[in-house]
Design a binder for this molecule. Structure first.
Ligand SMILES: Nc1ncnc2c1ncn2[C@@H]1O[C@H](COP(=O)(O)OP(=O)(O)OP(=O)(O)O)[C@@H](O)[C@H]1O
Length: 771
């Protein structure tokens, strides 16, 4: 019988907690001679109680018919319990004689299944009960057989044969039986009965017996030695089994540990499962809610669909009705199609007619294209002519400028216009009593001032003072009419000449009205004075002159001379005027630049590139004058305001350049000191005004007389206007403004006399400033 051990491939646990795959010996009946179970690892002969088995292999016993075998191998129901002795001899001992083995077998019984089978026992301790005929008695204590304990005895009993592993065969032993069973051993010598006194025979018998006993002793000793060896071997086996037991115990502990770990793992899994259960419950709740919502939505959708179905049904009914109408329409359209077909035929005939016309037209187009080509040639020729004409125009423009200047010169480089303002509403005067008369003359250039005087005798006489100027404007004159006469001088400024236009006269005589226009809000453009009109004319003319190759830049300055101090009227803390630099706190000075031209530094210069820029400029100046007037009562009447416009032109075609200067001056009131009755500050103001006006007269007279020294620097005004009052190339126009009021007659007389004096001056031939 061979048992083999296979290593466990995988540890699995049975319900009892014992590894199901624990290695177990495979018990087979491979060795027919063996009567017991031998572990695969036991590669030695084990003495077995062969006598019990009758020296016949157990399998053989099992197969032999008629033998009543109760061995577990043959029947599976042992009549005796397996015995595992300390020496590892496994045999079957009848229950009643196995007391000495009970302690050992009890350990094995712990592993024995409940049904008492020993087919599977502890690894390496494979046992197989040896079948023994019932009632067979093992003779253990025969005389001459040494007592070596139950196991030893059993071994000795089994000494007739040896148990071999699967590699060794079960061999018959040659040695005599140790249990003294002569039937199988050397036969006991037969001692015949001797006659008494047959000593010799008795001695021979004794010798024979002795020899037999000696042989038998020898065999017994050999058997004993073998048994001893066997015992040693089995003790060693016991040790091995104990070691194995310890190993199994360790394995058991390790498995227990594993079981604990697995239990922990199971607990964790359970806890995890509980958590998951809670989470799944929440999820289920969410899903239920979602489901309810979905159901609600679906219900709403269903309602909606139902509504739609109803509306579709209605719509279908409508459509059906429409379809009916459409069918009628189709019938009607079919009639139309018939009619259209007829029309189409007509159209086709029209098309043919049109096609023939189209062919005719194409011919015409060809002829016209030819004509266009001719016209283009003509146009080119005409363009050339236009270019020539433009050159001619430019040439003529130069001629015009020269002629215009000649005319101006012929009119006089210093001209004086007299303007009499109308009576104001607050001047309740009889018109017939007015001291101003306008003689009827063709050129409207005469004026008479009537002055009444009373003689010592009390006789009243009227004295007439006639004056003649270049032009006299009566109280009926309009701003338009006045500007028409002035515009020629403005053109001179554009043509590159320095031009000065003054308004001279007593306070309230209409100087500001003439120069700037009405101050009242809501006045129309008709009341605009010379300054806005002049700037507008210049702007419009420069735009027109673009076509003749001229590009102009206009830079304006507006200053006030009060008590011989120049102040900037365009200064703005908030730079309200586009392009205006901050110059409020700067001192305004007059000096010469590198080119010897008189310039004003410290005053704001504004680029006038649109009519809007002009308006803003004038508004700013008016605002600043109003502020100044608040600081000093009636200041505007006692200061000179000077608007200076620098006009720079460049003709890219002819490479001509020109620089004109237009000065428009609203002079301070020219009251006489004696008549004004001024005192204190007013007296000083009046003195400053009179001085500057006198200086202006002196400069004009000096230039007119051709004096070598012209006293420009005697006043800020003449110093400022030096280039424009500089004789030959400048043009000066003075407006002498007259109040028609009788109370102003004396002042009017003075003004007219001053103007006449200026008018008598003839400044030499004006020369155009050009590069
Ligand atoms: N030609 C005119 N037609 C209608 N009203 C005029 C005319 N000339 C002047 N006036 C009016 O007469 C008043 C005085 O005129 P203005 O202020 O121009 O005089 P002024 O000489 O500039 O006085 P000041 O020296 O005080 O500035 C103003 O109300 C003005 O509108």
């Amino acid at each position: 019988m061979v048992s083999s051990l296979r290593p466990p491939s995988k540890l699995t646990f049975s319900s009892s907690g014992i590894p199901a795959a624990l290695p177990r010996p495979a018990v087979t009946d491979a060795n027919p001679k063996a009567g017991g179970t031998v572990h695969a690892g036991m590669k030695r002969k084990l003495p077995i109680d062969n006598t019990v088995a009758g020296n016949r292999p157990q399998a053989e016993i099992k197969r032999r018919p008629g033998v009543q075998s109760t061995g577990p191998v043959s029947t599976g129901k042992p009549t005796s319990r397996p015995v595992i002795s300390k020496v590892g001899v496994v045999g079957t001992v009848p229950s009643r004689t196995a007391a000495s083995s009970r302690r050992t077998s009890s350990r094995v019984a712990a592993r024995r299944p409940a049904n008492g089978r020993v087919a599977k026992v502890s690894p390496k301790v494979g046992t197989k009960p040896i079948a023994k005929p019932v009632g067979t008695r093992v003779p253990l204590n025969k005389p001459g057989v040494p007592r070596i304990g139950v196991a030893a005895a059993k071994s000795s009993v089994a000494g007739r044969g040896v148990l071999q592993n699967d590699e060794n065969k079960y061999e018959e032993s040659e040695s005599p039986s140790v249990n003294g069973d002569d039937s199988d051993d050397e036969p006991r010598p037969i001692i015949k009965k001797r006659k008494p006194g047959d000593i010799k025979g008795q001695i021979e018998d004794l010798k024979t017996l002795n020899a037999y006993l000696l042989r038998k002793e020898k065999r017994t000793i050999a058997s004993k030695n073998k048994l001893k060896e066997s015992i040693d071997e089995k003790e060693r086996l016991v040790k091995e089994l104990e070691l194995e037991k310890d190993s199994i115990s360790e394995q058991a502990q390790s498995r227990k540990k594993t079981i604990d770990e697995l239990n922990n793992e199971i607990d964790e899994i359970k806890a995890d499962a509980r958590k998951k259960k809670i989470s799944y419950e929440d999820e289920i709740d969410d899903l239920k809610r979602a489901h309810r919502r979905k159901v609600d939505d679906l219900q709403a959708e269903y309602d909606e669909l139902e509504k739609r179905a109803k509306s579709l049904k209605d719509s279908l009914e409508n459509t059906e009705a429409e379809l009916k109408g459409e069918k009628e329409e189709v019938i009607r359209l079919q009639g139309n199609i018939k009619r259209l077909n007829a029309e189409q035929l007509e159209q086709e005939s029209n098309y043919r007619t049109l096609k023939s016309r189209h062919d005719v037209l194409e011919e015409t187009i060809e002829q016209r294209n030819q004509k266009i080509s001719d016209l283009e040639t003509d146009l080119r020729e005409r363009n050339e002519t236009i270019a020539n004409l433009e050159a001619q125009v430019r040439k003529e423009e130069m001629i015009r400028r020269r002629l215009h200047n000649t005319i101006q010169e012929l009119k006089g480089n210093i001209r004086v216009f007299c303007r009499v303002r109308p009576l104001l509403d607050n001047e309740a005067v009889d018109k017939d009593a007015l001291p101003i008369k306008f003689p009827e003359c063709e050129e409207d250039n005469e004026i008479e001032l009537l002055q009444q005087s009373e003689s010592a005798m009390g006789k009243t006489s009227t004295k007439t003072f006639p004056f003649k100027f270049d032009k006299v404007f009566g109280s009926e004159s309009t701003q338009d009419g006045v500007f028409e006469e002035v515009s020629q001088l403005i053109q001179s400024a554009l043509d590159g000449y320095p031009v000065c236009i003054f308004a001279y006269g007593q306070t309230g005589s209409g100087k500001t009205f003439t120069m700037e226009g009405a101050k009242k809000a809501g006045e129309t453009n008709e009341t605009l004075g010379i300054i806005p009109r002049a700037v507008r004319q210049i702007y419009e003319t420069t735009e027109m002159l673009r076509s003749k190759g001229w590009e102009y830049t206009l830079d304006g300055q507006f200053v006030e001379i009060y008590n011989e101090t120049i102040q900037d009227l365009l200064a703005s803390s908030s730079s309200a005027i586009a392009g205006a630099a901050e110059t409020k706190n700067k001192k305004v000075e007059v000096h010469k630049d590198k080119g010897g031209r008189t310039v004003v530094s410290g005053a704001t210069t504004t680029r006038v590139d649109s009519p809007d820029a002009v308006n803003k400029l004038l508004e700013r100046a008016a605002k600043n004058r109003t502020v100044a007037a608040t600081q000093c009562n009636d200041r505007s009447s006692r200061s000179h305001s000077v608007f200076m416009l620098k006009i720079q032109g460049h003709n890219a075609v002819t490479s001509e350049t020109c620089t004109g200067m237009l000065n428009l001056i609203d002079l301070a009131g020219s009251e006489r000191l004696s008549s004004s009755g001024a005192q204190g500050d007013r007296l000083r103001e009046t003195q400053a005004i009179n001085k500057s006006l006198a200086c202006l007269g002196d400069v004009i007279f000096a230039v007119g007389n051709g004096d070598k020294h012209v006293p420009y620097r005697n006043s800020k005004l003449t110093h400022l206007l030096q280039d424009s009052l500089g004789g030959g190339n400048s043009k000066t126009l003075m407006f002498v403004c007259i109040s028609p009021s009788p109370s102003s007659a004396q002042e009017s007389l003075c003004s007219l006399r001053f103007a006449t004096k200026v008018n008598s001056c003839q400044i030499g031939t004006a020369k155009r400033q050009s590069n």
